[in-house]
Design a protein around this ligand. Structure first.
Ligand code: DOR
Ligand code: ZN
Length: 355
């Protein structure tokens, strides 16, 4: 990573092009609208399979991959790293078929009912233990939405409960299983990652690094900050920042950029998800700069993810310069609009180049 000039106030930053290890691209006209924001910043992304209907078999996943590639502007290199959606009835054969394609890089465990389009997720973890054994055997990562879907569990405790009651036993029963605990939001999750071996890692979103729950709830209810897992207290945000800037390769970048139309967010029952793709790498850079840890950004954003997934690091580089720009109030989203994270705010870092 190159920081220039050599002063305490860097004006530009060149680093290995980052990847996004957790991304929602949607499909159809929505995909067409949002893909460019990720593809112009990130070289690769792990693509979430929670479409309507979810991608529960290899054929569906590969069809979606073709749709993503077809939606890419000509000449823009971007590699979608596909993911299969786990259900209670998924077969071991389906896992083998997915792995054999060489195009599917993980399987996603949504506890049924935990979040957007998770109704077909796993309702009984015991029912997929034979599948987890196969994943462990194949070295294929299990990507986990680590929240209990129990309606009696307090929403702010759902991550910690899931980790203790479900994830810990899985790691004990399948010690070689590669697991990514997606979008961690609590001190407890950070500690869990620190306490477990190198085959267990976590992604961290930029919204969970930037905001605590006051952003969503104090002085009025702001639906564009509503995501799952939900924003937590300041002490948790602080723990996430410390983890991200620690240089520990078990923590890496995953935006969980999850666009919803304005009407679906600004509703009496609004959808969960922050659309962060247009501001993500720029905002991570601000977070790392504020924490005095710009030298740790490249590892977090561009090295530890591919290292964990056993993929090569990107050869291309990007350059960010300190050149303030204003985030648009909205972007097109099919025939609707989507409001990005930090809409209308000024961001100090801007991407000027990728080579
Ligand atoms: O905030 C979220 N939005 N969390 C999720 O787990 C799903 C995502 C979505 O698909 O909208
Ligand atoms: Zn997600």
């Amino acid at each position: 990573m190159h920081v220039s000039p050599n002063s305490s106030e860097p004006k530009s930053l060149t680093l290995t092009q980052p990847d996004d290890w957790h991304l929602h691209l949607r499909d159809g006209a929505y995909l067409q609208s949002v893909l460019i924001h990720s593809a112009s910043r990130f070289a690769r992304a792990i693509i979430m399979p929670n479409l309507k209907p979810p991608l529960v078999n290899t054929k569906q996943v590969l069809y979606y991959r073709q749709q993503i590639l077809a939606a890419l502007p000509a000449g823009l290199p971007f590699e979608p790293l596909m993911v299969l959606y786990l259900t209670d009835i998924i077969t071991v054969q389906e896992i083998i078929t997915a792995a054999t394609t060489g195009l599917i890089y993980g399987v996603k465990l949504y506890p049924a009912g935990a979040t957007t389009n998770s109704a077909f997720g796993v309702s009984n973890l015991n029912s997929i233990y034979h599948v987890l054994a196969k994943l462990e055997h194949l070295g294929m990562p299990l990507l986990v939405h680590a929240e209990t879907a129990s309606s009696t569990a307090d929403i702010f405790d759902r991550e910690a409960i899931f980790i203790n009651e479900y994830l810990l036993p899985i790691t004990q029963r399948f010690p070689g299983l590669k697991i990514v605990v997606e979008h961690i939001t609590t001190q407890e999750a950070v500690q869990f990652i620190l306490d477990t071996p190198a085959n267990i890692a976590a992604t961290i979103t930029v919204h969970h690094l930037l905001y605590n729950r006051n952003a969503m709830l104090a002085g009025g209810i702001r639906p564009h900050f509503y995501c799952l897992p939900i924003l937590k207290r300041e002490q948790h945000r602080h723990a996430l920042v410390q983890a991200a800037i620690s240089g520990n390769p078990k923590f890496f970048l995953g935006t969980d950029s999850a666009p919803h139309a304005v009407v679906a967010k600004e509703s009496s029952c609004g959808c969960a998800g922050c659309f962060s793709a247009p501001v993500a790498i720029e905002s991570y850079t601000e977070v790392f700069e504020k924490a005095g840890a710009l030298d740790k950004l490249e590892g977090f954003a561009a090295h530890y993810g591919p290292d964990f997934y056993g993929l090569p690091r990107n050869q291309q580089r990007i350059t960010l310069v300190k050149q303030p720009w204003q985030v648009p109030m909205s972007y097109a989203f099919g025939d609707q609009k989507v409001i990005p994270l930090r809409a209308g705010e000024t961001i100090t870092w801007q991407i000027i180049d990728s080579i």
